[in-house]
Design a protein around this ligand. Structure first.
Ligand code: GDP
Length: 430
């Protein structure tokens, strides 16, 4: 049978571009779980929510297209289902206070996740331990809903001893895996909420020469649990050459310490040249040197997100000034799904394998214990039985002896009685 190739499915949305305020793709913030309703960063107009656009699968015309089976619409069906269900993404931001983490997150997602934040004073910071703060917002763009959770770790690295900071981060990641594992093994698996951390943005300060010992220590503890993406914060403190050198030294440090951060997947050979070029540029920019800002400035009649200095404006979205747009493209437009897949297929699988091996080891230990218990209880039973038997035998012996005695006594009585009778007879005879 000859199959006519069906028409290719219509693209839902424009392919992501690397420029423009909404290039990262987040059009509107629907609500914030922290009490915020519709929120948008001052100066940036949130694009109005449009009703969801789901591509309708082409109804096959049975009469005309006799050779058309219809499974070419499968990608569209999957697409419609995923769009209806919505997406979840959890991002963890780790780094010392003041490195520009919250500013960057607000800039990335055009939201204001940190409006109620209270800055601790010096005394509080000395005593402070690392906390985990979770903020969630629902964002919608072209009918696609994304529930974004940002996990912040205020107080990270503020204490002299960083053990606490590391423990808090690793514990949080493990807890989410454990919760998912429990939910997955439960009865209601259809409505599992995925709170696993899909990506960890680790902020490196721009004022060091490379990674510090505490950075290496934390990254070493985390890199097998989560996709780590390194970010040099406040990159406007460095010139181009310094940024390049810092990046080189960081990459060298990682290699020397055998640390493998998130690995970008290989670009498919059938991708178009623009996409391949974009992929190359993204890979070459790691670690991303970023500048964040929540201020909208006017430069040459154009509104831009930037930082005003006496000598000029740093345009956050200008690729010549920072890797902000590249980071946003990577995180939101091109690699979000791959980050989720890697979390599921690599990090969660590792955790699951560990859990299953622990459970089976525990079960084996329990079985061994039960076996030992049953053996000892059987031995005890045997001992009890032999003791009873011994007692029974003793009693039997006793009874037998008593019976013998009785028989002897009866015999004696009989003898005595006979003798008496004989005696009486002889007296009568006389
Ligand atoms: P966080 O504690 O890491 O969340 O840092 P914040 O986002 O609160 O930023 C701390 C301070 O640094 C604020 O005054 C920000 O305006 C400023 N800031 C944020 N991002 C940048 C940046 O990229 N460059 C510079 N120079 N300052 C920044």
């Amino acid at each position: 049978m000859k199959h006519q190739p069906p028409p290719p499915p219509l693209p839902l949305s424009q392919p992501p571009s690397m420029g423009g305020a909404a290039a990262g793709g987040v059009a509107s913030v629907i609500s914030s779980m922290n009490g915020g309703s519709n929120s948008s960063v001052s100066g940036i107009e949130a694009v109005k929510c449009r009703p969801p656009i789901y591509p309708k699968p082409k109804t096959p015309s049975f009469d005309k297209d006799r050779d058309y089976i219809g499974f070419a619409t499968l990608p569209e069906q999957v697409h419609r289902k995923s769009v209806k269900r919505g997406f979840e993404f959890t991002l963890m931001v780790v780094g010392e206070s003041g490195l520009g983490k919250s500013t960057l997150i607000n800039s990335l997602f055009l939201g204001d996740l940190y409006k109620n934040r209270q800055m601790p004073n010096v005394e509080e910071r000395i005593e402070k331990t690392t906390k985990v703060e979770k903020k969630t917002m629902d964002i919608e763009e072209r009918g696609v809903r994304l529930r974004l959770t940002v996990v912040d770790t205020p107080g990270f690295g503020d204490a002299i001893n960083c053990e606490d900071s590391w423990r808090v981060c690793t514990q949080y990641i493990d807890e989410q895996f454990r919760q998912y594992f429990t939910d997955e093994s439960g009865l209601n698996r259809r409505n599992i909420q995925d709170n696993r951390v899909h990506c960890c943005l680790y902020f490196v300060p721009p004022w060091g020469h490379s990674l510090r010992q505490m950075d290496l220590d934390l990254i070493r503890r985390l890199h097998r649990k989560v996709n780590i993406v390194l970010v040099i914060g406040k990159a406007d403190c460095l010139n181009k050459q310094e940024v390049r050198k810092l990046k080189e030294r960081i990459l060298q440090d990682l290699e020397d310490n055998h640390i493998q951060l998130y690995q970008f997947p290989e670009c498919d050979s059938d991708e178009d040249d623009d996409f391949k070029q974009q992929d190359r540029e993204l890979k070459a920019s790691i670690p991303f040197a970023v500048v964040g800002s929540n201020t909208i400035l006017e430069v040459a009649g154009k509104k831009v997100r930037g930082r005003q200095y006496p000598w000029g404006v740093v345009n956050v979205e200008d690729p010549e000034h920072s890797d902000f747009i590249k980071l946003r493209t990577f995180l939101i437009s091109t690699h979000m799904q791959d980050l989720k897949d890697t979390t599921q297929d690599v990090h969660y699988e590792n955790f699951r394998a560990q859990c299953i091996s622990q459970i089976s080891q525990h079960a084996l230990r329990e079985r061994g214990k039960l076996k030992r218990d049953s053996i000892s209880s059987t031995n005890g039973f045997d001992a009890a039985i032999s003791e009873t038997d011994r007692l029974l035998l003793q009693k039997d012996e006793e009874i037998r002896r008593m019976q013998d005695m009785l028989t002897q006594m009866q015999e004696k009585l009989k003898q005595t009685h006979l003798m008496e009778m004989k005696k009486n007879d002889s007296v009568i005879d006389v």
